[in-house]
Design a protein around this ligand. Sequence first.
Ligand SMILES: Cc1cc2nc3c(=O)[nH]c(=O)nc-3n(C[C@H](O)[C@H](O)[C@H](O)COP(=O)(O)OP(=O)(O)OC[C@H]3O[C@@H](n4cnc5c(N)ncnc54)[C@H](O)[C@@H]3O)c2cc1C
Length: 444
Amino acid sequence: MPASFPTNRSHAVVIGCSFAGLLAARILSDHFERVTIFERDPVHDYPEARRGQAQTRHLHGLLAQGFRLLNRLFPHLESTLVQGGAVVSDMGESIRWYHHNGYKLQFPSGLSGVSMSRVFLEWEIRKAVLDLPNVTLRASCTVSRLVTTPDRSRVVGVELASEEHQGPTPIIQADFVVNTGGRGSATGKWLEGLGYSRPREEEITVGVGYATRIYRRRPDDLIGANLVMTSPTPPYQKHMAFLFPMEQDRWIVSAGGWLGDHPPTDDTGYREFLRNLPVADVFNVIQRAEPLSDVYTYKFHSSLRRRYERLNRFPEGYFVLGDAVASFNPIYGQGMTSAAMQADALDSLLRRGSSLEGLWRSFFRKVAKVVDIPWQIAGCEDFRYPETQGRKPPMTDLLNGYLARVHRATHHDSVVYLQFLRVMNLMASPVSLLHPRIMRRVLL
Ligand SMILES: Cc1cc2nc3c(=O)[nH]c(=O)nc-3n(C[C@H](O)[C@H](O)[C@H](O)COP(=O)(O)OP(=O)(O)OC[C@H]3O[C@@H](n4cnc5c(N)ncnc54)[C@H](O)[C@@H]3O)c2cc1C
């Protein structure tokens, strides 16, 4: 934290204390004298799936880019996670991944990933953020609206829902407000109420359904790998299942299906679903493992992107980050990493030390660049199903034809697979798969 701050960097407010909110608070603590996070749910000092983030019961893979950024923001995080039972693995060597009718190679890729429950990861990050001397959390506090200057050109604070508020005034003044209220964030409604336009929304309907169960993990459950991924070959197959290790010697299994073709939730049906996948790797582990939970479900209707960067007018001092900007088909595991990259973009702008005036414009432009890539990767794969609805970018089918060959090459060519892994982990641009060095190997 710098010894003194410019006068307009006294207090920053973050709306929402989930993954994006915690990263935003961590970044803002370097640039503002004080940071306050407001969270609608009660928050306890243990790992928990709260009402406002029901998805956190399900398998959450952290991509290598996300892990890299988290390690930079929280230098002790990796060792703390490992001490708590998280499993760090090489993303190439330790995943048994069946995809496009074959197993991908297993080889040391140098890309590091970590596997644990999402609630445990978030709890460790939350503790680290709340240990910062200038960050405060106010849980069970809903932000009900933005407070602006009389001409509505600038956000100067937030108002708390009066029924929950116990202090003398429900108005909290702030120089900077970041909304990380998730996909259901009220930003669009608030903007309209202040006379601004809502951002245009893009939607890709995928009709994905998850069914997740936790099992006890034994050392000899899986030989030669730490994680199992069985993915479908579209458009004929719609079912998938992932099995990842978690702290406290447990497995998490998330089974899923596209376009309304979802896994059953009764014990027999769930096992049969896993047995009938193109390969029975997940079933082979769970058939003798003790279930430790019920089957939890989650329905994810569509990927959704809000185009803040295309707005001409926006209130000064107000920012939106995380799922509130873009929420992706969860099967590709991009949401947390995208939030970390957006928080990193905010950090680099604030680090320039320039005025906060007009910062929203450059911020949303940077966020759009961050979101473009995971949006493209997920959308391209989803449009392999003809029933997928949404704006299909030109050349998608042509690109998918080439990418089908890339997928097949990953079964036997480590150079192609390494580049594919780097792209899927948001460490390299998808365009790099069209580099002549890779293309030659894919096509020949
Ligand atoms: C089934 C499923 C599986 C997923 N799997 C993965 C995965 O494998 N890998 C991955 O990287 N991502 C995954 N994701 C995405 C990931 O969960 C999100 O990207 C991530 O949680 C970031 O979300 P967020 O912090 O922006 O919002 P959220 O997690 O939705 O949190 C929003 C928070 O804001 C609070 N809030 C909202 N409004 C207010 C208000 N007015 N006042 C106060 N508080 C408010 C809410 O209570 C909540 O705590 C998955 C998502 C789903 C649905």
